[in-house]
Design a protein around this ligand. Structure first.
Ligand code: SIN
Length: 546
């Protein structure tokens, strides 16, 4: 790093992106404070099952990973951003290996190759079978604990502090503990932390929806704070729904399967199939790659099939993955230990019977607009990982590119902070940027439910979920507008989170209304839809690659 005044950077969030940016900024001589609203380890990263994609094998090609990413993204990715992601990915993966992440290896010592949907090559590395996120989070947290980075847990981002058009710090709610059982709510205290640079690494907003793979912390806090500060936010209509969760709350009539649980796409990558109630494989009706078509296509195919079945779930069939049920059971337990436990805890034997699955909200492609170094439109404010819209995912993220994005762009932002400060060249911001206003609010007939988080989640699932139309979106817009007007000022962390979900939900609905065409994960059922299939580049892949 160039000698100069010590730069203080505050990083908000502790997933792969936040931890990576913190470590890189500290290595570059910055004083770094990392704040997280829960404990360090409780980030979305921990739940990532499938793995991390990267060109790590001699017979794979950078150009193929780039093409797969852009094709899955419905042609909406920024090609330069995708090239950076794919070019720099292997170096970042090697850094993770050096930190102690033990990606699974075969008997020959080589990395085991994993396949997921829309990849033309089995380029996904995994750890602990299906516990890749946990392994990465553990290694990065261990490294962070031996670094100079100061950590403040249970510190919730209320808002960004701005001064003369640039970021000047964060306002936090520290130590807020929600009521639990017989313990009353402990109110937090407000604290301001000054900073030369602030990095949003707060993850996504899966809690917008009634059915989600995301943990409780995914409440869109960084996007909401950026919106309030006047930063540019784009592509919020592109919200990805994962095709397969074991979901007790969903439509599973007559089934009681407990909390939603993600069943990794890697299970289909190993050859599991999707069947309807009569046992017919239906995914090929939607796309020539069947179960391994881009995620948005498969999720909608399942939703349509469920509609035809009066809302009852479809089934994921893994029973044929090995020659006998006992061999299949042994394989599933070894390759997918986490999922295997969850399935069996719910009383199902997936080596012998297909399991019921439904789609659920999974990943927000849109977010705070950044350049290739994580810079937002506000000087001194950076965003990395799911909170950011760096341009890599387009309208539908390719499987296992999210951990990769956190690692690649986290490192880039960590390097850029020190350089930007040293050069005195914080890029010009655009605080005055006019934000697109939500659409005109129409009056709604009849009474409106009063606001609760679950009322918002259920409404967005119905009106702004896998399939949207103008009537549903306008209804959601008007209800949110009314809730926003009557929402009392937040005091507790849960109330701030509610406010953030309302802010992000409002903008997501507005963006979905503005985009009248179907594109990637954004499907307007009231418009002539066009599934984006690049026939020229579609490559058939063979499931079951070990
Ligand atoms: C999965 O394992 O299916 C999810 C991986 C991802 O979201 O990339």
């Amino acid at each position: 790093m160039t000698a100069g005044p010590i730069v203080h950077a505050v990083v908000v969030g502790s997933g792969i992106a936040g931890l990576t940016v913190a470590l890189h900024a500290a290595d570059n001589g910055c004083r770094v404070t990392l704040v997280t609203k829960d404990v360090l380890e409780h980030a979305n990263t921990r739940y990532a099952q499938g793995g991390i994609a990267g060109v790590m094998f001699d017979d794979d090609r950078v150009e193929d990973h780039i093409r797969d990413t852009i094709t899955a993204g419905a042609g909406m990715s920024d090609p330069e951003a995708v090239r950076v992601l794919v070019d720099e990915g292997p170096a970042r993966i090697r850094e993770l290996i050096a930190l102690g992440v033990a990606f699974d290896r075969g008997e020959d010592g080589a990395f085991v190759k994993g396949l997921e949907a829309a990849h033309s090559y089995p380029r996904i590395l995994h750890s602990g079978g299906d516990a890749t996120g946990t392994a990465i989070e553990k290694a990065l947290v261990a490294r962070l604990r031996t670094s100079e980075v100061q950590v403040i847990e249970h510190a919730f981002l209320i808002d960004l502090v701005l001064d003369a058009g640039r970021v000047a710090g964060v306002e936090l709610l520290v130590g807020d503990v929600p009521a639990s059982g017989r313990t009353p709510q402990v109110p937090g205290r407000r604290e301001r932390v000054d900073a030369d640079a602030v990095v949003l690494a707060t993850g996504g907003a899966g809690q917008l929806y009634a059915h989600t793979t995301n943990p409780s912390v995914a409440t869109g806090d960084g996007i909401a704070a950026a919106l309030r500060a006047g930063a540019e936010v784009t592509d919020l209509e592109f919200f990805q729904f994962h095709p397969t969760v074991l979901d007790g709350k969903a439509y599973a009539a007559g089934l009681s399967l407990g909390e939603s649980f993600l069943v990794s796409e890697a299970v289909r990558g190993e050859g599991a199939t999707l069947i309807d109630e009569s046992g017919r494989r239906f995914a090929f009706d939607a796309h020539p790659d069947g179960e391994l078509a881009p995620r948005d296509v498969v999720a909608r195919a399942i939703a349509r099939q469920m509609e035809a079945q009066n809302g009852r779930p479809v089934f994921l069939d893994a029973t044929h993955l090995r020659a006998t049920p006992d061999e299949t059971a042994a394989f599933l337990a070894r390759r997918f230990p986490t999922i295997d436990r969850a399935v069996r805890d719910r009383g199902l034997d997936w080596a012998r019977e297909p399991i019921p699955v439904t789609p659920a909200a999974h990943y927000l492609m849109g977010g705070v607009t950044t350049d290739l170094q994580g810079r937002t439109t506000i000087p001194g404010l950076y965003a990395v990982g799911e909170v950011a819209r760096a341009g890599v995912h387009g309208a539908n993220r390719l499987a296992s590119n999210s951990l990769l994005e956190g690692a690649v762009f986290g490192a880039r932002a960590g390097d850029a902070i020190a350089e930007d400060a040293a050069s005195g060249a914080w890029p010009a911001g655009s605080l005055a940027k006019v934000h697109p206003l939500p659409p005109k609010v129409l009056s709604i007939e009849g009474s409106v439910r009063s606001f609760t988080r679950s009322a918002l989640q259920e409404m967005l699932w119905e009106d702004a979920g896998l399939m949207r139309d103008a009537a549903g979106l306008e209804h959601a817009a008007s209800v949110i507008a009314r809730w926003r007007r009557t929402h009392r000022s937040p005091v507790t962390q849960a109330e701030f989170e509610d406010q953030n979900l309302l802010v992000v939900g409002e903008q997501l609905v507005a963006a979905a209304l503005r985009r009248e065409e179907s594109l990637g994960a954004h499907y307007r059922s009231d418009e002539h839809s066009r599934e984006w299939v690049d026939a020229a580049t579609a490559v058939s892949v063979t499931p079951g690659v070990a």
